[in-house]
Design a protein around this ligand. Structure first.
Ligand SMILES: [Zn+2]
Ligand SMILES: [Zn+2]
Length: 205
């Protein structure tokens, strides 16, 4: 499964495009819908779905425009993050105005792409997930795990003990798994187990 990752919007969210059989799965389209669509078109792909690691404003900003450009484009999110999507605090105008509930909103557990495993990783938000592609040794970790750090838990719905539990699930993945976080540089599970203070705590427990 080919992957492209670009940084979008002022918060430089890592938006990944997973290509399968001419179809493009768009992970965390935080901003810059036009740029995302151009990239998909240049690759000769058809947008097939939007996959959200979680519903924070910096990861969903381009959803309305993508759905306008591609009517019927489904949006997959964990049910526990549905309230976050339209939460009054989940906006940062003018770049990120509040969004309406997307049409064709689906439960991420119903995503029927055999190459992608959903790992539930609540803690940063109640419905955070990571997308694991075992054959590609790839993890799209959203704001759960960063190179050298982890997601904040002081926003509405955040919960540190829950996040620590989620990190245990990620620490169990093979060391050579490439991690593309929601922001910042990529890393590997092995590197984080060695150098990330939060993951080191989890592993030594
Ligand atoms: Zn977030
Ligand atoms: Zn974020």
């Amino acid at each position: 499964m080919e992957r492209l990752t670009i940084q979008v919007g002022p918060y430089e969210v890592n938006c990944s495009i997973l290509c399968e059989d001419g179809r493009a799965l768009i992970v965390d389209p935080g901003q810059e819908a036009g740029r995302i669509l151009k990239l998909i078109e240049r690759k000769g792909l058809k947008p097939a779905a939007i996959l959200l690691t979680h519903a924070h404003f910096d990861h969903i900003g381009a959803v309305p425009e993508l759905q306008r450009a591609c009517p019927g484009l489904p949006v997959y999110v964990h049910p526990n993050d549905r309230p976050v999507l339209t939460h009054p605090m989940n906006q940062m105008p003018p770049e990120y105005p509040a969004i309406a509930v997307p049409s064709d909103l689906r439960d991420v557990s119903e995503l029927a792409v055999s190459a992608i495993r959903i790992i539930e990783t609540p803690g940063h938000t109640p419905g955070g997930v990571c997308y694991h592609l075992p054959a590609e040794k790839l993890l799209l970790s959203g704001d759960t795990l960063f190179a050298g750090s982890i997601g904040r838990t002081d926003l509405p719905g955040g919960d540190m003990p829950v996040l620590i539990d989620s990190l245990k699930r990620l620490a169990a993945l093979p060391d050579d798994t490439l991690v593309i976080p929601g922001h910042g540089p990529h890393t590997t599970i092995g590197e984080e187990k060695r150098s990330n203070p939060f993951l080191r705590t989890v592993v030594s427990r």
